[in-house]
Design a protein around this ligand. Structure first.
Ligand SMILES: [Zn+2]
Length: 244
């Protein structure tokens, strides 16, 4: 897609003709099905950010048997939630890594105001601060429509969407001819339950970041490219304000 890619950091740097550019430290918020994953991929590429998805980094820390990974594993083995202090520690290891020099994109954390406060304090100790919290939203009915239209083939897990990417033949995989089924996770009642949990958890967090003027909202019902363009424009504005 020509023209849709954002300028690389070096080009942004040249364009702004500034001597320094601050790092870009972002949190991504949004319900399942609002297109968060797609935007996360594009942002990582645009700005060379370290992508910190808490589920993934915990699993990685456990696999690598780091100190924090070993501690996290003790809780996971007992089927208990890993305490915030350990999760924050794992996140900070990522934030301090070379990969996050230009910034990071945090997905799946914080989930509570308490965690947000702890993150704030921890970043402050590293002399880093959040640039913005990107909140991609979509009405529940739209999320339900999107997710409940997903079908997967039983043979190899090829994914279709009855609304946006339907198979050529009804309920049959184009690639291997196997049957298409709906996963339990994509059933309407399951999606509505996940959305209710999301809204309950996220509302206080949204207020927290709104009060700190860090929240920026994006309309997840727009096309992925439109959302991406809007996010890029917002980040460019934030950086200009930062320069002043
Ligand atoms: Zn298939």
């Amino acid at each position: 897609m020509p023209g849709s890619r954002f300028l690389r950091r070096s080009e942004v740097h040249a364009n702004l003709s500034a001597s320094t550019l601050s790092d870009l430290n972002l949190i991504l918020l949004g319900p399942p099905g609002a297109g968060k994953g797609t935007q996360a991929e594009r942002l990582q590429e645009d700005f060379d950010l370290a992508y910190i998805a808490t589920g993934d980094i915990l699993r990685k820390a456990v696999a690598e048997e780091s100190d924090l990974g070993r501690k996290a594993k003790e809780y996971m083995d007992k089927g208990e939630l890993v305490p915030d202090a350990i999760i924050i520690g794992v996140i900070l290891e990522c934030v301090r890594s070379e990969a996050a020099r230009d910034g990071f994109l945090l997905d799946g954390y914080p989930r509570t105001v308490e965690q947000a406060e702890a993150l704030d304090a921890a970043l402050g100790r590293l002399e880093r601060r959040l640039t913005a919290v990107l909140c991609i939203s979509a009405p529940d009915d739209e999320v339900v429509r999107r997710l409940s239209g997903r079908r997967m083939c039983v043979e190899s897990g090829h994914v279709y969407n009855l609304h946006t990417d339907p198979p050529k033949r009804d309920m049959v995989c184009d690639q291997d001819g196997s049957e298409l089924v709906q996963r339990d996770d994509d059933r309407e009642e399951t999606v509505r339950r996940r959305l209710a949990v999301y809204h309950r958890q996220t509302a206080p967090l949204v207020r927290f970041y709104e009060e700190r003027d860090l929240l920026r909202r994006f309309d997840g019902t727009r096309s992925p490219t439109e959302v991406h363009d809007h996010i890029r424009a917002t980040i460019a504005t934030l950086r200009l304000e930062d320069e002043l």
